[in-house]
Design a binder for this molecule. Structure first.
Ligand code: ATP
Ligand code: MG
Ligand code: MG
Ligand code: MG
Length: 465
């Protein structure tokens, strides 16, 4: 099953269980100034999760294109992209844990065909200070599913050395992670105003036993370890409590809010720990390999950044965003510029975006016809931004070469001029210096920071005048 098949199978699975497919929300929320982008499936459903009646009933499903600018620095690892699709299903006061957990498990194992022995989960530990109980209900349901598949269903509370060691051997399928598995809009139970709903969350991870644990992330590997050996596929939030003056009370109407990563599930389906191997990203990476002649294995991080950023940029343009210096437009600009910068590192110094955007559009032709319809706009917008940034980059590079010809070393002040006058990112300056064998002054950082602080002071003073 490729990513398109999985998306369709997911929607069919939930339609067969009484769900209504709702339309995707645009990447830029219509009536919600509190956030720049739609970053999850539930965002457009907040009023209904809070109690409003949804016109399509109490069982809903969709696949929602999301953009998480906050994940931009993560891109380059095996599982984060700024743009991705989130599969969702919701119960608005309808079914609850007994249905949701087995359905998700059934979808993963029977429909997608994942290995049940590689599925690990986490559950909510409870919060004594609020009288919130441990979510043993979810853990019991998971244990039943694991045992039915002939697997052990050991539980462990994370945080003790012993727990970490046991998880390292893959011994405990069900881990309780404390406050981490509490969900509310504020992030933490302490910050919730009276009346605010929240609840436990159960997360599902897929183990890639051949990916070695990276000790930089801690001594032991476990479900929630960020080394990339376990990959989170999705989580179900059970909104069942409401904040009171003194603690929490049960909600009369309990909801389920499930979100799962389409690309991550599609990667698991082909037994790859790399989301860029799936059918919606692979063609972009392949074209990049062709254009650059570089090897994916050697340059995976840079290629992932370029592929992700151009896909995200394409969807943003399709959804009406244009490059600018603020808000959504700034994020779009940043994505395109970063793609160009990382492409430089791959030896792609000529324009390439116009070549890749159509590859993205083609991938989504059937599922999101609006992408194909706005393909030419997307090419034009991305190409224009790329061109102007390339000019900037060239000017900066020329300046750097002059510096080296004068026999000088690149100082923090030079890097600041490059940055301030030419919009030349520091990392690119350093990379370029390395490529052209220009020595960089070891104390560049302090000098750069000082110049930056001085510049800030100047503009503050100017603003006061
Ligand atoms: P992670 O811990 O891996 O960053 P998350 O807990 O932040 O994921 P959620 O907010 O729970 O993610 O979103 C639901 C699902 O969407 C995740 O379980 C994951 O499968 C997928 N997802 C989240 N962020 C990304 C991303 N940046 N790229 C691809 N898929 C993602
Ligand atoms: Mg995250
Ligand atoms: Mg997570
Ligand atoms: Mg999560």
């Amino acid at each position: 099953m490729d990513a398109h098949d999985i998306r369709q199978a997911y929607l069919d699975f939930f339609v067969a269980r009484g769900h209504h497919v709702i339309a995707r929300a645009p990447l830029v929320p219509r009536d919600d100034p509190s956030t720049l982008f739609n970053g999850s499936g539930m965002q457009q459903l907040v009023p209904y999760l809070l109690g409003a009646e949804h016109p399509d009933g109490t069982r809903l499903t969709d696949s929602q294109p999301c953009l998480r600018a906050q994940d931009i620095e993560e891109v380059g690892d095996n599982r984060h992209t700024t743009f991705f699709e989130m599969l969702g299903n919701w119960s608005l006061g309808d079914y609850f844990k007994r249905e949701q957990i087995p359905w998700f498990h059934e979808f993963l194992t029977d429909v997608v065909g994942l290995d049940p022995a590689r599925i690990y989960v986490s559950c909510f530990s409870g919060m004594e200070r609020f009288g919130l109980p441990k979510d043993t209900e979810s853990a019991d349901i998971w244990a039943g599913l694991f045992e039915a598949a002939g697997l052990d269903a050991e539980r462990v509370d994370l945080g003790t050395e012993e727990a970490g060691a046991r998880l390292g051997t893959g011994g405990a399928r069900i881990a309780f992670y404390g406050d981490k598995n509490w969900w509310c809009r504020m992030g933490s139970a302490d910050a919730m105003p009276v009346g605010e709903p929240g609840g436990p969350d159960t997360e599902v991870f897929y183990l890639y036993p051949d990916v070695p644990h990276d000790p930089a992330y801690g001594e032991h590997c476990h479900q929630n370890c960020d080394c990339g050996r376990f990959i989170e596929l999705g989580n179900s939030v059970f909104t069942e409590y409401r904040r009171t003056e003194t603690g929490f009370e049960s909600l009369p109407r309990k909801n389920v809010d499930y979100g799962g990563g389409l690309e991550r599930i599609a990667a698991a389906a082909i037994d790859s720990p790399d989301v860029f191997a799936v059918s919606v990203l692979r063609p972009v990476v392949d074209r990049l390999v062709e254009l650059s002649g570089a090897d994916y294995g050697e340059h995976a991080a840079a290629m992932r950044v370029v592929a992700d950023h151009l896909r995200g940029a394409t969807f943003l343009v399709v959804d009406g965003v244009r490059p600018s210096n603020k808000e959504q437009g700034y994020v779009l600009r940043r994505l395109i510029r970063r793609a160009v910068r990382f492409a430089f590192g791959l030896g792609l110094t000529e324009e390439f975006a116009a070549d890749l955007v159509p590859v993205v559009a083609d991938v989504y032709r059937d599922r999101y016809p609006e992408v194909a319809a706005h393909r030419d706009d997307a090419v034009a917008v991305v190409a224009r931004e790329e061109r102007s940034f390339r000019r900037t980059v060239r000017r900066g590079i020329a300046l750097m070469h002059e510096t080296s010809e004068r026999g000088g070393r690149l100082t923090g002040a030079d890097l600041f001029t490059l940055y301030d006058t030419y919009g030349f990112p520091v990392e690119l300056g350093l990379e370029e210096a390395r490529r052209s064998n220009v020595t960089v002054d070891p104390g560049w950082r302090e000098e750069f920071d000082a110049a930056m602080a001085e510049q800030r002071e100047r503009s503050r003073a100017a603003a006061k005048r």
